[in-house]
Write a protein that binds this ligand. Structure first.
Ligand SMILES: Cc1cc2nc3c(=O)[nH]c(=O)nc-3n(C[C@H](O)[C@H](O)[C@H](O)COP(=O)(O)OP(=O)(O)OC[C@H]3O[C@@H](n4cnc5c(N)ncnc54)[C@H](O)[C@@H]3O)c2cc1C
Length: 470
């Protein structure tokens, strides 16, 4: 059966569009962090019409399909399951369309265009797509996961920057919703169905995104804070005084910071040999105004200095102004440094910003009481209520195996975030097989039912994806 499907797809898409050799399939079968499966084969269409034809052929053959962009997703949703019966539909060759309208401040792109390629083309017009992260995903994948990133505080997530979408449905039709308007209140905003839903309702073949001017200058500082409450007090003061130009507010706990300097001697530790405070905030300001019109570093230094003199600033311990690249390098090395420390269980949690300090404190108390061998190395996007609570331990210190421990830790921490702090078990990475059981546990029944109705309508045979949202 797969033989005739392969023959049909090669006839429709070209001989080299279908990969079947095990050595060619390896890179489509394993995700960045989670997800390792076995593909029936991989197919790489180059146009929306080819994506649609691929889906129609797979549906007729009764073969399930997992869409895959750049495969940088962190919840195991971009790789096939272990059955060996799923086709990987890679969008890597769907990258020809990249049209920029500098006056409308929009870009019309194919779903497989990489973020780096989009930004390279936009830079020629002094523009950028403002979703910023430490990976190079595809635009279709970013839409399917509703990527957040480090500048969400200023620009919002993908959802906020998406104007239009083109989607190939499981029956082989192409839905053209390539809206270029910022204002268009004419009924159902269908594109939102495909944002953050892991490609289970259709394959995104094109998009219209709004883009922004590249700031002419940035100013960056690291600020030491003695407690989570001090981190929030600083954020509040920065938003009061500098909201127009505040573009990032990232936070690293002392337990997450120390490994960065342990494993990267080239990075300068601003605290030197002194013990860092409980938290370090990375503050970034950016503006399109030239340095001659606005002294951004001077403004940041002056405002931080003034804050230190206030009662609210009592928990602020240090201020280090520095080169943008050097300070961000510290932030970007956290995740990978922690992996060198032992076993890591990563969480991608959000809570209301006002409750972030209390949540991390409660998580630490829970771990200290019941899992004293676990280090809580939290860091992340406090500016938008997100924290990557990374738990680190060494197998030798743990009384149980990781496979026994992980589900227990997940349930305890997610229950705390979702039930105790009105939070989310997946702030920005999506659902995917990694979070499937938590979707089932925490999603209200009416939302699952509505999602099931959409699935039954858009993909009645259930051929798309490995995530279940019903
Ligand atoms: C180092 C690193 C840092 C990261 N930092 C962040 C961060 O700060 N913030 C954040 O939000 N994420 C972050 N991520 C996660 C990741 O980059 C995003 O989820 C990403 O946007 C996924 O895009 P992709 O093209 O790689 O999609 P893939 O990984 O290929 O796929 C992800 C999901 O989208 C579906 N999909 C892919 N393409 C399509 C399509 N065209 N149509 C329909 N469905 C599709 C897949 O089936 C899967 O369900 C990071 C990842 C890494 C590795």
């Amino acid at each position: 059966m797969s033989g005739s499907l392969i023959t049909d797809l090669r006839r429709l898409l070209g001989e080299d569009a279908v990969l079947t050799a095990p050595e060619d399939l390896v890179r489509y079968e394993e995700g960045w962090r989670y997800g390792k499966g076995k593909a029936l084969f991989a197919v790489r269409p180059a146009t929306a019409a080819q994506v649609a034809a691929t889906l129609a052929a797979c549906r007729t053959a009764g073969v399930r399909v997992v869409p895959q962009g750049a495969n940088t997703g962190l919840v195991g949703a971009s790789t096939p399951d272990g059955s060996g019966e799923m086709v990987v539909l890679s969008l890597e060759r769907l990258n020809r369309r990249l049209e920029i309208d500098p006056i409308n401040r929009t870009a019309k792109v194919d779903g497989g265009v990489l973020l780096s390629a989009l930004n390279e083309a936009l830079a020629a017009h002094g523009l950028m797509f403002p979703i910023d992260l430490g990976a190079d995903p595809s635009i279709g994948g970013m839409i399917a996961t509703n990527t957040g990133g480090t500048r969400l505080l200023k620009y919002g997530d993908v959802r906020h920057n998406l104007l239009g979408i083109e989607v190939a449905l499981a029956d082989g039709t192409v839905l053209d919703g390539m809206n270029q308007l910022r204002k268009n209140n004419t009924g159902l905003d269908l594109k939102q169905v495909f944002v953050g839903t892991s490609g289970v309702f259709g394959v995104i073949t094109g998009a219209v995104v709004q883009v922004v001017p590249i700031p002419g200058q940035r100013a960056t500082a690291l600020v030491g804070c003695a407690s989570g409450a001090a981190v929030l007090a600083l954020l509040q003061a920065l938003e009061r005084d500098l909201a127009d130009v505040l573009t990032a507010y990232e936070v690293i706990s002392a337990d997450a910071l120390a490994p960065v300097f342990r494993h990267h001697e080239g990075l300068r530790n601003p605290y030197g040999t002194a013990q860092p405070p409980a938290y370090t905030a990375l503050v970034e300001l950016a503006s399109t105004l030239p340095a001659g019109a606005l002294d951004l570093p001077g403004l940041l230094e002056e405002r931080l200095g003034a804050f230190l003199e206030t009662e609210a600033g009592e928990g602020t311990t240090d201020v280090f102004m520095g080169r943008h690249e050097d300070l961000w390098a510290i932030r970007h090395h956290v995740s990978e440094s922690l992996r060198q420390e032992g076993r890591v269980l990563a969480f991608d949690i959000s809570v209301p910003r006002s409750r972030m300090a209390a949540f991390t404190q409660a998580a630490r108390a829970l771990l200290a009481a019941d899992f004293p061998f676990v280090r809580c190395c939290d860091f992340g996007h406090w500016g938008d209520g997100g924290t990557h609570l990374n738990l680190v331990w060494t197998e030798a210190d743990a009384p149980q195996s990781a496979s026994e421990l992980v589900p227990v830790l997940q349930s305890r921490i997610y229950d705390l975030a979702v039930k105790g702090f009105d939070g989310s078990y997946s702030a920005e990475h999506g659902v995917g097989p990694h979070n499937q059981r938590f979707y089932a546990a925490y999603t209200p029944v009416p939302i699952r039912a509505l999602s099931g109705v959409l699935k039954a309508h858009l993909d009645p045979d259930g051929i798309l994806g490995t995530t279940r949202l019903d």
